[in-house]
Design a protein around this ligand. Structure first.
Ligand code: Z5A
Length: 209
């Protein structure tokens, strides 16, 4: 039976450097000869990317928290079953920019949706599938917001207040503390060179370990 690939997710509050560090992780895997797929949530397939557009577009109509939650998991079901699982089953590693930890952090911590409701949908959509490793890039909300804002136009989530992102960050940190074997917290407030070195070293350890 072919060896299943590993499922790695990159998480953190806005502007922590996930996209940048996914590229670092990808280069490291290339150097080590590990075949892999880079993808993101919400999104990752044409249909899930259409749901992403619905979710991120700033709009006058208030978005109910249940609508947002169900759209996140609708996109995830499509992405997981048509793209992530086939890649893992083919032995490829998957590097995913956000996954269900983001739902616990943003819809749970940020919007106040009860954790148990998110866990029910996680079970429905994913069964027992969970990321093998979660790379949590952690930086103060202030620094993350400054970095993200330098890019210009803000999406619907980026328009939230500081208090929202503090709740998001606290939820990530709490989840990382609860499962230290699966979560790898990296200080993303360091220089780009230092964060990249930490990520490359972590990925190398996961491949060799
Ligand atoms: N969301 C949700 O609510 N629930 C869910 O279940 C999921 C998602 C899956 C879109 O996600 C939104 O969806 C997200 C949560 C919600 N909203 N927010 N906020 P996204 O991942 O596409 O969007 P994002 O979190 O805003 O990511 P981002 O803005 O693309 O940031 P990033 O990828 O973490 O950062 P970056 O683009 O790599 O870096 C940002 C800038 O900082 C850039 O100019 C870099 O050059 C610079 N940078 C990076 N690292 C450093 C260091 N170390 N020093 C200095 N400057 C740096």
């Amino acid at each position: 039976m072919p060896v299943r690939g590993r499922f790695l997710t990159f998480e953190g509050t806005e502007g922590v450097g996930k996209s940048t560090q996914l590229q670092v992780a990808s280069r490291t895997l290339d150097e080590l000869g590990v075949d892999h797929l880079i993808t993101r949530e919400p999104g990752g397939t044409p249909m899930a990317e259409s749901i992403r557009e619905l979710l991120l577009a700033p709009r006058d109509e208030p978005v109910h928290e249940t609508t947002e939650l169900l759209l996140m998991f609708a996109a995830r079901a499509q992405h997981l079953h048509t793209r992530i699982l086939p890649a893992l089953e083919a032995g490829r590693w998957v590097l995913c920019d956000r996954f269900t930890d983001a739902t616990f952090a943003y819809q749970g911590g940020g919007r106040g949706v009860p954790e148990v409701r998110i866990a029910q949908l996680e079970e429905l959509v994913q069964g027992s599938v969970r990321p093998d490793h979660v790379i949590l890039l952690d930086v103060t909300v202030e620094t993350g917001m400054q970095r993200a804002r330098r890019r210009g136009e803000l999406d619907r989530f980026e328009q939230e207040a500081v208090a929202f992102f503090e709740q998001v960050r606290n939820t990530y940190l709490r989840r990382a503390e609860q499962s230290p074997d699966r979560y790898h917290r990296i200080d993303a407030g360091q220089s780009l060179e230092k964060v990249s070195a930490d990520v490359a070293s972590l990925i190398t350890g996961l491949v060799r370990g």
